[in-house]
Design a protein. Structure first.
Length: 345
């Protein structure tokens, strides 16, 4: 090799080294101007990556991801550095329940047949409709191995609130006890200090709805209104809630109504702590996050979703429960396994 020296007579040392090989994986995306242009999933997962020499041997690998590719949450996660079964995750956007979970564990006594209902004061009602038994738990997000720690603060058994009823915590702290089969309903005061009956005394209001029955779902919204949704055909109505109307707490005509074409059977609507609505399909883990606007009388979830994605580990039979502090409890009634997630829209 001929080396030309400049006028300063620089001396260059020539070294011979073995060929250096870098394995580079580049994710190229075209015509994308914002995170929502990506496919309807949060990430692409590359599994079973095998890199071997010509003789079949596998040298140790150490992937070095370039993080913070953009300002919208794109990043790379190295799951497994193995040269024969490596795994890399390429994330298009931040997840609204970003990992890892802030707490996780397994309950032995809160399983199938139980329902968990987050109460207005931050406690959690654990109700078994089959026999009417119930327990009230303190909730503590800092208790990382059990967010419902210790013993229940109250417990008992209801004789008239059992299978066929639904308990819906309302914005003002009261509890709506609704029987979809015949439309009858009762509104109860909630009192956590009444340790033998947290829905004490007589109902403060009661009645029967003719048009809100089986096939409907009642969803209490962040602003105090109630969304009445019929998944079978996507029709919905938004009602004012007024606890002082003792014969009809959803009085008068709906304040908005319409029909959704893409939010139908198989979907679950979960009102979030910030007022947005999570539209989740437990069957495949896909989800969309919508703005909620009660003034948009023809579509209270107007426009396009503000975020979309696909959870691989949050699917049926899991349930999502929004807690008083805005975190989201992911609970599997079959096993008792649970995880607590931060919510980051």
């Amino acid at each position: 090799m001929r080396v030309r020296r400049d006028r300063r007579q620089s001396k260059l040392t020539i070294l011979t080294t073995d060929e250096l090989l870098d394995c580079v994986q580049t994710l190229e995306c075209y015509s994308i101007t914002r995170a929502s242009d990506y496919p309807s999933s949060t990430d692409t997962r590359m599994r079973a990556i095998a890199i071997t020499d010509s003789d079949g041997s596998a040298a140790p690998l150490s992937w070095s991801p370039v993080d913070k590719i953009t300002d919208c949450g794109q990043h790379t996660v190295i799951v497994d550095n193995s040269p024969t079964h490596g795994e890399v995750q390429l994330w298009y956007r931040d997840d609204i329940l970003p990992g890892p979970a802030v707490a996780q564990g397994r309950w032995k006594t809160i399983l199938l047949t139980h329902q968990l209902i987050p109460m207005h004061d931050g406690k959690v009602l654990d109700w078994v409709p089959g026999d009417g038994t119930w327990r009230l738990w303190n909730y503590d997000a800092t208790s990382t191995h059990d967010v419902l720690p210790g013993n229940p603060v109250a417990s008992g058994q209801w004789q008239t609130i059992r299978s066929g009823h639904q308990l819906i915590p309302m914005h003002d702290g009261k509890v709506l006890d609704w029987k979809p089969a015949d439309g009858t309903w009762r509104l109860w005061n909630y009192d956590a200090t009444s340790t033998h009956d947290v829905l004490p005394g007589n109902p403060v209001a009661s009645g029967q709805w003719q048009t809100i029955r089986s096939g409907h779902q009642l969803i209490p919204m962040h602003d105090g209104k109630v969304l009445d949704w019929k998944p079978a055909d996507g029709t919905w109505r938004l009602w004012h809630y007024d606890a002082t109307h003792v014969h009809d707490v959803l009085p008068g005509n709906p304040v908005a109504s319409g029909t959704w074409k893409t939010i139908v059977s198989g979907h679950t609507l979960v009102p979030m702590h910030d007022g947005k609505v999570l539209d989740w399909v437990p069957g495949d883990g896909t989800w969309r996050l919508w703005n909620y606007d009660a003034a948009s009388v023809h579509d209270v979830l107007p426009g396009s979703p503000v975020d979309i994605g696909n959870w691989f580990s949050i699917q049926v039979p899991q349930q999502l429960i929004v807690m008083h502090d805005g975190k989201v409890l992911d609970w599997d009634p079959l096993t008792g396994d649970w995880r607590l997630w931060r919510y980051q829209p």
